[in-house]
Ligand binder design. Structure first.
Ligand SMILES: [Zn+2]
Length: 301
């Protein structure tokens, strides 16, 4: 399911976390809100999930650089009931994985194999691009050099945290090749990375993202029937976010495919699809990213 687009990687920073050309501050607040019985979230860039069991705590994502990792650690330590600390990352991009160095030495880093391979291949390039976005981001990522995980899994890792279980799964690639989804039971809370978000056009990166893969992941997580969703960017929501994400991508795909059949160029199709869906999705703030999704559709279908 890999597709050669026009080559090259567009840094996530060019597409997400940006407002009017300037990257937003990436310093996380030192507080969390409760999402469900065992799940808390720090709301920021990006959102960070903290799953608290009687034996162990799981943090999902690191924030941008070690300074944010240290902030998350302090929040997690206040919530923690047990001594063990797990850390997992939804994908290898620096605001999700680049803060690992701020966590304490006993932290058990868990990652899927595809994500780790992607980090080895593209991690340094992505770090350089993020460093170039602003002085703050450069300082936050100064000296960051990702380490190897303590636990490497292929498809699934189940963490028994004591009274609560987190299932970490790699289904296939969507936003990146190594996207990890986390499902927390008994809460039925889904920690969805960039795959399920609220009213945000999916960030499709040329060369690495996959429209088909994205939809395949959504099919899988829909079966879990989540009650709560903690996306990495934007507002938290309930289980209906999964269906809404699927509907949006399907709408863009269908509109793009109709134009492709008519022989419309990919650039024109990007503009026309954005125009077509503008009314239905008028409350989505980043419709300017629709042409990237159209480009993905043209490449894969
Ligand atoms: Zn990303």
């Amino acid at each position: 399911m890999r597709h050669a687009w026009r080559g090259g990687i567009i840094a996530c920073a060019a597409l997400c976390g940006m407002a009017s050309g300037q990257p937003r501050s990436a310093i996380l607040p030192e507080q969390a809100t409760q999402v469900s019985e065992h799940v808390h979230a720090i709301i920021g860039f990006p959102n960070i999930a903290i799953v608290v069991g009687t034996k162990a705590t799981l943090v999902v994502d690191t924030g941008l650089g070690p300074r944010n990792g240290a902030i998350i650690t302090r929040v997690a330590q206040k919530l923690a009931k047990g001594p063990v600390l797990y850390l997992a990352t939804t994908h290898f991009h620096p605001e999700h994985a680049g803060g690992e160095g701020g966590f304490p030495p006993h932290t058990i880093l868990v990652r899927n194999r595809v994500q780790q391979e992607e980090m080895r291949a593209d991690g340094q390039i992505m770090l350089e691009r993020f460093r170039g976005r602003s002085d703050e981001w450069r300082q936050l990522l100064d000296g960051v050099n990702p380490r190897e995980p303590d636990v490497l899994f292929d498809r699934e890792a189940k963490l028994d945290l004591g009274g609560v279980t987190a299932t970490l799964t790699w289904f296939t690639g969507g936003h990146t090749r190594g996207d990890m989804m986390t499902f927390v039971e008994p809460d039925k809370t889904l920690i969805s990375g960039d795959i399920v978000e609220s009213k945000l056009v999916p960030t499709m990166l040329e060369g690495t993202s996959s429209v088909k893969g994205w939809l395949a992941i959504l099919d899988e997580v829909e079966k879990l029937q989540p009650r709560f969703v903690v996306p990495d960017h934007g507002d938290l929501g309930d289980g209906s976010l999964v269906g809404k994400e699927k509907a949006f991508i399907s709408d863009v795909r269908d509109a793009a495919l109709a134009l492709k059949k008519q022989g419309v160029s990919v650039d024109d199709a990007g503009k026309r699809v954005t125009e077509t869906i503008k009314t239905k999705y008028s409350d989505w703030p980043n419709l300017a990213n629709v042409p990237n999704v159209v480009r993905g559709v043209y490449a894969e279908y």
